[in-house]
Design a protein around this ligand. Structure first.
Ligand code: GLA
Length: 733
């Protein structure tokens, strides 16, 4: 067995980054955090430390003086513990016994550094490579594993986690996100107790409706927003995942993250490498919001398509007209959003289908040709209208899907996912089927849907890419009989390949990931998507909760958040326009409404809000988040803020969640400001007859953070406009 062990960066003192050798100790540091590992040749890779930055001079001593864990536990030779990888060798041997055979590090063009530790099985021709990627400018470590079959016969992978992290027991709390359609990203906080906690997804296509592949671990007791040592972990994968925390009889919690292996045993052929998706890890001493800020910054800089660009303010047609697309109404909606200062109009579902026009949700997916009955002047007619209104135009597609009532299905029934010898299970409308993205011909087809639209209509600025069905029945008509268990994985490889092709040709178009609402809020898709639809539920009150959860890992620039009608179409709740605006303005602002049904007063409020949003947009979309009071705390109010990176501007949100007579709401202390700077306060979207007592006055950051402002509980409006609802948005400059 060839052993290689070399250290590419010889100098022991580097400011951050990356990689230094201390004998066998590997230091994976970011500007403010350190992970220490021991890669002694002939031993398994060992985990030593993860947390606050360690001066490099101390790293060796820490390594020598603390205990250690196997950094990537494997199955077979210490079988009583949960493991990150298990395999069956060609001769039936089910064990792995790994030892370090080499460590390499390289610097990429963008300044990021990858450190790879290779472990080889002591007997079998099988390697596991553990990778750590860091960036010079933020505190996230991306880590993933690769399995390499150096042998001549296939090896079966039964478990294949991306990463493992031991977390010292004490008083550790888990924050995770659960939910369902219309109620996405609901936050759950619980102490970690003995036993195994599993968070996983099995949808096959979408992966963030019911549970999220991101968690936080608060190491110092009950999770707090702006203090307490906290670890954040986000699995960057578009498909089925599994996060597992085993609290066994030791002093440690054992955290594993990776692809969900259920029904996905993977045969790794001769000479092949299996690459797992990355787990993004971060550590912050500043609580959950500190973790959010680290992840948001990393996301915007490195993971989200156009993460550092501002998003346009749009009107989407769905809740305005649903499938009932008509050219004159599209024209009217474009004129209306343009007159309110909006910048983009998105035509949603219902515009396509020639032989089978899309009048209901049971037909036409796959037939991406214009329904000229609804749109006599086609897409070009709409693009001309958008031009005349000085706005851009976007369009809805659902390219991974078809209906059995469609020309596509008639021509290519072999493209859908279905088991052999059985009728396929169908979804939405009783006819929707999922196209088999493992099939290269389907990948070409999906690419061509986007390619045709964007070549034929280069003025299209935005695509809403939807996905409204899970993999309901297991079976690929493309994969061979002995590779059927690869379907869930190959689907997402095909999806990734297709999106790569699309982005290579169309780097500039804005693409929204929608999947029956918030089914694709995940860093696995964001490299190709600019944003995602948080939920099909646009009710402002419920959005406070959903956006609160979503904001833990995803910055406002990704969170599509639209003003919709009252009564709300999902909850029937009647919430005044002011409150609907104030909630929508905390994300990527848009509208999802038929503007012609709004009152003049509502239209004026929206026009004003859009103009104000343009002022605060850089702070909201590119600023640092500080969550202040959680809606989940049951204190009757929720509050959060965004602060510009230079701390010279901030936007503060306050949403009352319930109303009782003689209620006592807490005063909210702000966070993240410069204590010595003076901030002038201006209320946005004011509906009160008189300005607030602090309007136009200046306060030090210290006062705002130690005391806070007294926010009136109700709005001082004329009688007609009184309601139980109250909210405030304050701009601090
Ligand atoms: C899904 C989306 C909606 C809308 C409809 C169209 O439900 O989440 O926003 O686009 O599909 O059919």
């Amino acid at each position: 067995m060839k052993l290689k062990h070399f250290c590419l960066i010889a100098a022991p003192m580097i400011a951050y980054g990356g990689f230094t050798c201390y004998g066998e100790t590997i230091d994976i540091s970011t500007p403010n955090t350190t992970m220490l590992l021991d890669a002694t040749l002939g031993q398994p890779l060992r985990f030593i430390y993860y947390g606050d930055l360690i001066p490099q001079a101390q790293a060796g001593q820490i390594a020598e003086s603390t205990g250690w864990h196997t950094a990537y536990p494997v199955y077979g030779m210490s079988a009583s513990r949960e493991t990150a990888m298990s395999v069956t060798h060609p001769d039936g041997n089910m064990t792995l016994d790994l030892a370090v055979t080499g460590t390499e590090s390289s610097v990429r063009k963008d300044g990021s550094k990858v450190t790879t530790v290779t472990m080889s099985d002591k007997v079998y021709p099988f390697d596991v490579r553990i990778n750590y990627l860091t960036y010079p400018d933020n505190d996230v470590i991306e880590t993933w594993a690769e399995a390499v079959n150096r042998g001549k016969k296939p090896v079966e992978l039964r478990e294949f986690s991306s990463a493992y992290l031991p977390v010292r027991r004490g008083d550790v709390y888990l924050t995770s996100f659960t939910g369902s359609w219309g109620n996405e990203a609901i936050m759950v906080e619980e102490p970690l107790k003995p036993g195994v906690k599993i968070i996983k997804n099995k949808d096959g296509v979408r992966n963030s409706h019911t549970a999220h592949s991101e968690v936080m671990l608060s190491l110092d007791g009950m999770p707090r927003e702006n203090e307490g040592r906290t670890i954040g972990a986000a699995l960057c994968y578009s498909g089925n995942y599994e996060l597992k925390i085993d609290t066994d009889d030791s002093d440690w919690h054992h955290f594993f993250a990776g692809i969900n292996e259920d029904n996905s045993a993977y045969t790794l052929g001769k000479g092949e490498t299996f690459v797992t998706p990355a787990l993004a890890l971060t550590y912050s001493p500043d609580g959950k919001s500190g973790v959010s800020r680290n992840i948001h910054r990393w996301g915007r800089d490195h993971k989200i398509a156009h993460g550092n660009d501002l998003r346009k303010i749009l009107l989407n047609s769905w809740e305005g007209v649903y499938l009932d697309i008509k050219e004159d109404e599209m024209a009217q909606m474009m004129a209306d959003i343009s007159s309110m200062g909006g910048e983009l109009f998105v035509m949603d579902d219902g515009w396509f289908g020639a032989k089978y026009p899309r009048t209901r949700d049971n037909s036409s997916l796959g037939d991406w040709t214009v329904d000229t009955g609804k749109l006599p002047n086609g897409i070009n007619g709409l693009l001309d209208m958008a031009d005349r209104n000085g706005i851009r135009f976007g369009i809805w597609i659902e390219p991974e899907m078809t209906n059995t009532i469609s020309e596509l299905y008639e021509q290519h029934p072999e493209y859908i996912i279905r088991p052999t010898n059985r009728e396929p299970v169908l979804g939405r409308g009783g006819t929707q089927a999922v196209l088999d993205m493992s099939n290269p011909k389907v990948q070409d087809l999906v690419f061509s849907v986007v390619d045709t639209l964007l070549t034929r209509y280069p003025r299209i600025d935005y695509i809403k890419w939807d996905a409204n069905a899970p993999i309901m029945n297991h079976g690929s008509q493309y994969l061979t009989a002995d590779r059927q268990s690869h379907l869930m994985i190959e689907y997402h490889r095909g999806f990734a390949k297709t999106l790569e092709r699309i982005r290579a040709k169309y780097p500039d178009v804005t693409i929204q990931a929608c999947a029956s609402g918030g089914g694709r809020a995940n860093y696995g898709v964001l490299p190709w998507f600019d944003e995602f639809w948080v939920s099909d539920n646009t009710d402002a009150l419920q959005r406070v909760y959903m956006q609160w959860g979503t904001s833990h890992f995803f910055p406002a620039v990704t969170m599509a958040s639209h003003i919709s009608a009252a009564p709300n179409h999902q909850t029937n709740r009647v919430i005044p326009m002011k409150y609907r605006i104030d909630v929508a303005m905390s994300g990527r602002l848009g509208m999802e409404i038929q503007p012609k049904n709004m009152t003049q007063e509502e239209t004026d409020l929206c026009r004003n809000a859009i103009s104000e949003y343009k002022t605060i947009r850089p702070v909201v979309q590119q600023g640092d988040i500080y969550r202040l009071l959680s809606p989940y705390d049951g204190k009757g109010v929720a509050s959060m803020m965004y602060v510009s990176p230079d701390k010279d501007k901030a936007v503060f949100y306050w949403w009352k969640l319930e109303t009782f007579v003689n209620q006592h709401l807490p005063r909210i202390r702000m966070a993240g400001l410069d204590p010595d700077r003076m901030y002038t306060v201006r209320e946005l979207n004011r509906i009160d007859r008189k300005p607030l007592s602090f309007e136009g006055k200046s306060f030090s950051g210290r006062y705002l953070m130690s005391n806070g402002l007294e926010i009136p509980y109700t709005h001082n409006t004329d009688h007609r406009n009184r309601s139980a609802w109250s909210s405030r948005v304050l701009y601090l400059e």
